[in-house]
Design a protein around this ligand. Structure first.
Ligand code: AMP
Length: 283
């Protein structure tokens, strides 16, 4: 496995691989790898000649006032070992200075899709995500980029960006990997105290209840949101950031569920902000 820090070196090696006719699968991450990340790497491994994994805790997607960039979990040694075990070909580990040389004056923004859900409480977050991912796509030139359904809004926003800007990269959205008790795996789960970790499966339980309700014919978004809220507040000490039922095309909230609907939520256990979602088909 090649470990590359320099964007210029990565770019050069990628060009050589493409000249040789290799296909490239790319998994962008912020590290502290878990089974969710590994599921993306494994899929990329099955479907491409070359697998590139990036690990970069991107400062521009953290809110400088509300979120602690420096506290985000980092475990480079273990990440490198895991990447080797999964037969990653290139692990890209740039420093912040390499990705954001000063002055850095350019950003990429996707309108509308970034307005609701996480965009409401994290207004600068998606601009940080889209800007870094454009840079990464330009360096890696992947045939396919693998993203997780866990971060549904991020995946939809990036899909739109790739389409709008005519990137040749195809995006594949892979299922959310969960712990046995249903909690969606996340690097941020490390922030939870043992008590909070015991409570956290209630998030997915609530989403499953909602799915059941939709299946049995409930179409009122308000009812569904109430049901989720009640379950979470009965079983956890978390603070609900949002619970929304949105159209999958526009990510706009709906009053009545019809067709493909994303039910998404964010809750906060002190500083740990956890997100989860399910896709449902309403009649
Ligand atoms: P992160 O390192 O949290 O920025 O995530 C990097 C990529 O892994 C993103 O595409 C995430 O959606 C994806 N990912 C994170 N957690 C999971 C999970 N539990 N299941 C599937 N994909 C995940």
């Amino acid at each position: 496995m090649r470990q590359i820090k320099s964007p210029a070196v990565l770019q050069k090696e990628i060009r050589q691989l493409i000249r040789k006719g290799k296909t490239i699968g790319f998994v962008p991450t912020m590290g502290a790898l878990h089974e969710g990340h590994l599921s993306l790497i494994r899929k990329a491994r099955r479907e491409n000649d070359i697998v590139v994994l990036s690990i970069f805790v991107n400062p521009s997607q953290f809110d400088p006032k509300k979120e602690d960039f420096s506290a985000y979990p980092r475990d480079k040694k273990t990440d490198i070992l895991l990447a080797k075990e999964e037969n990653v070909d290139i692990i890209f580990l740039p420093t912040t200075d390499m990705m954001y040389p000063t002055p850095f004056l350019t950003s990429v923004e996707v309108a509308e899709l970034t307005r609701n859900l996480c965009g409401r409480s994290r207004p600068t977050h998606f601009r940080g995500v889209t800007t870094i991912v454009v840079k990464l796509i330009n360096l890696v030139l992947p045939d396919i980029m693998y993203l997780g359904q866990k971060d549904a809004q991020q995946a939809f926003v990036l899909k739109r960006m790739v389409k709008d800007l005519n990137f040749a990269t195809k995006i594949k959205i892979c299922p959310t990997v969960r712990a046995k008790d249903g909690l969606a795996l996340s690097s941020r789960n490390q922030y939870l105290t043992s008590d909070q970790r015991r409570q956290a499966p209630a998030i997915y339980e609530a989403l499953k209840k909602a799915r059941q309700a939709v299946k049995s014919g409930v179409t009122s978004s308000q009812k569904i949101r109430k049901l989720i809220e009640q379950h979470i507040s009965q079983h956890t000490d978390s603070k609900i950031d949002y619970i929304e039922c949105v159209e999958t095309e526009t990510l706009n909230p709906v009053k009545h569920l019809k067709g493909n609907i994303l039910i998404a939520l964010a809750v906060k256990f002190n500083t740990a902000r956890l997100i989860d979602n399910i896709l449902v088909q309403a009649k």
